[in-house]
Design a protein around this ligand. Structure first.
Ligand code: C2E
Ligand code: MG
Ligand code: MG
Ligand code: MG
Length: 289
């Protein structure tokens, strides 16, 4: 009987795996169409300077407006895009689109674009970035590329050469989701980051009694300051969290407490009324999702 149960479980897993593979194939097929039919969009979430309480820039975030399923968040399709190789095309489109929008915004406003480790491993990336900047006619220092720690997994000369090439272009580099990956502080010795983004998992719960997250945030900001890097606290939703990350020295804040990601028209409208940012949200309880 035990053996039968085991076999049953095996079938269950196999069928499940099969269903997952089929669903991913379906997403891939739809995604190819989406690229051609222009269903992908970039939304822009304000990043606010804690010192000036003004919008310093935006982070560009990918959204898919699916004709039947509606809005699909990146967590649902970026990994499929990576596995299928479509991320090269999507990533280049995102860089060009963000630069295009940047060109219409005030010169002191920056924009960050997420770069997949697969794009980072492609030798063509510096040429693509250079071309996107030139085509839009923007100052390279207005563009920030967000890279995760996973690029250090294949720790070879290629990684170092890529950092050097991107810095030569004059773009800014940010280390995204800091503290959640295969962290080693070793790479901070040489990698030329301008900013560390503190992952929202450290902000979540940081204001609860006994939480160690505040201590971790404080250490990251003091490390970043010593290395002359900015810090953005991600996912700040409440006034208490905002007070906490300011107290611990984060130079920038990004989160629903200021703004959700906005479509390009709304982002432009947001800037038209000025760069001043006003925190609005609950004191302590997080908003329902
Ligand atoms: P990320 O780069 O860490 O982006 C921050 C995520 O936090 C975004 O989720 C944003 O909407 C969300 N967020 C911001 N403020 C708050 C808040 O106060 N509360 C909560 N709960 N969430 C907040 P999103 O847009 O769903 O993106 C998820 C991830 O997808 C991104 O994480 C990034 O890793 C990836 N991604 C997004 N756009 C692109 C892209 O163009 N290329 C690539 N390769 N990846 C992308
Ligand atoms: Mg990011
Ligand atoms: Mg992040
Ligand atoms: Mg993330």
């Amino acid at each position: 009987a035990a053996k039968d149960a085991g076999r049953g479980r095996f079938h269950f897993y196999a069928e499940n795996l099969h269903a997952v593979a089929e669903a991913r194939a379906e997403v891939e097929k739809d995604l190819r169409k989406a690229i051609v039919q222009g269903e992908l969009q970039l939304f822009y979430q304000p990043v606010v300077s804690t010192a000036s309480e003004r919008i310093a820039g935006f982070e560009a975030l990918l959204r898919w407006n699916h004709p039947e399923k509606g809005w699909i968040p990146p967590d649902k399709f970026v990994s499929v895009a990576e596995d299928s190789g479509l991320i090269a095309q999507i990533g280049e489109w995102a860089l060009r689109t963000a630069c295009h929008h940047l060109a219409s915004w005030p010169a002191e406003v920056r924009c960050a674009v997420n770069v997949s480790p697969l794009q980072f491993a492609n030798r063509e990336l510096p040429a693509i970035v250079t071309s996107a900047i030139a085509q839009a006619g923007i100052d390279p220092s207005r563009l920030e590329l967000e890279i995760t720690e996973s690029v250090f997994l294949n720790d070879d000369e290629g990684t170092e050469a890529m950092f050097a090439a991107l810095k030569r272009i004059g773009v800014r580099l940010a280390l995204d989701d800091f503290g959640t990956g295969y962290s080693s502080l070793g790479y901070l010795k040489t990698a030329p980051f301008d900013k560390i983004k503190i992952d929202q998992s450290f902000v979540r719960g940081a204001t609860e009694p006994g939480s160690r997250n505040g201590a971790i945030i404080a250490s990251i900001t003091s490390l970043a300051q010593a290395l002359d890097m900015d810090t953005t606290a991600e996912g700040v939703e409440t006034l208490d969290e905002l007070d906490l990350v300011r107290m611990h020295g984060c130079s920038h804040v990004q989160g629903f407490i200021y703004d959700r990601p906005l479509d390009a028209a709304a982002a432009t409208e947001r800037l038209r009324t000025g760069l001043a940012a006003v925190a609005k949200g609950p004191r302590s309880s997080r908003a329902p999702r």
